[in-house]
Design a protein around this ligand. Sequence first.
Ligand code: NAD
Length: 313
Amino acid sequence: MGFQRAVVTGGAGFLGSHVCVELVRQGTDVVCVDDFRTSSPRNLGGVLTHDRFEMVIADVAEPLDVRGRVDLVMHLACPASPVDYLRMPVDTMRSGGFGTLHALELARRDNARIVIASTSEVYGDPLEHPQRETYWGNVNPIGPRSVYDEAKRFGEALTQAFHREYAVNTGIVRIFNTYGPRMRAGDGRMIPTFFQQAQAGEPLTVHGDGRQTRSLCYVDDLVRGLLAMAHSDHCGPINLGNPEEVTVLDVAERVIEVTGSRSVVRHVEPMPDDPRRRCPDITLAHRVLDWRPKVSLHDGLRAMAGRVPADIG
Ligand code: NAD
């Protein structure tokens, strides 16, 4: 059975907009709460005027005023790209802290299922590979990136507290790097940056030697995982990501290939606290949610390059 009415915080963002569209497509009424601080209403396209869709422009760090009962809360609102959270460090902590509190209070009010978008960043610069949910992480609590990592860790702790103390039906997902259409050019994340540079014929800037690894999940796979978590009653945390590990240098070269660009790779200074390796162990997601990614990196990058329809997989 589908959900009747869902609140999606951060629903205008990259992941949130795909979630809103999919929920509306499945027949759920959607209330999107977002203040567009790192996004634009354009992401929502035609769904903005759909009769099952309602837009509430609000900061989730302030108490949420959502009228009428909801049976699902998808809490995605938080600046997510390093450019954004380094630009607004305090607001990032407010979104991850107060924002998560308000989303949990809403779920508690209506006895709704709530899924919290946490992140692989809770593992920091991991000392264990691949990362399983049982790993506690290796996070620098006061480095520049800590505003994001620690806000998410706080959000997880708060979510578990609501689960234990008030028996709220919570689910935490730890999302690993995801890419796909509607990522903002210039949002500082690797894939849109590489695409922008390749399409402009500029050098692709790789931090450090480029041998650090990433695991990249195509957005359609991720949204399927998020909704599988919504439909389960597992409290998590559950990793969602693509375990295929690739070096940053390899990603740069593949982007050059799928865009047919003449760009070259240029190595620049390493980023502070940039993790060397990142790779999810998705055994739990497979066992509990029957979920695993289907779209290969090659197909996902080709879809982003506009070479094949985006509805692959
Ligand atoms: P995004 O920046 O595209 O979307 C975030 C959305 O939240 C934006 O629409 C923004 O305007 C909104 N927002 C932020 N703070 C807000 C606030 N205080 N009040 C109201 N709206 C607010 O980022 P995304 O990639 O879509 O990420 C969505 C969620 O998934 C985030 O919580 C992020 O931490 C998590 N996540 C994403 C990835 C990824 O690879 N995309 C990886 C790990 C975790």
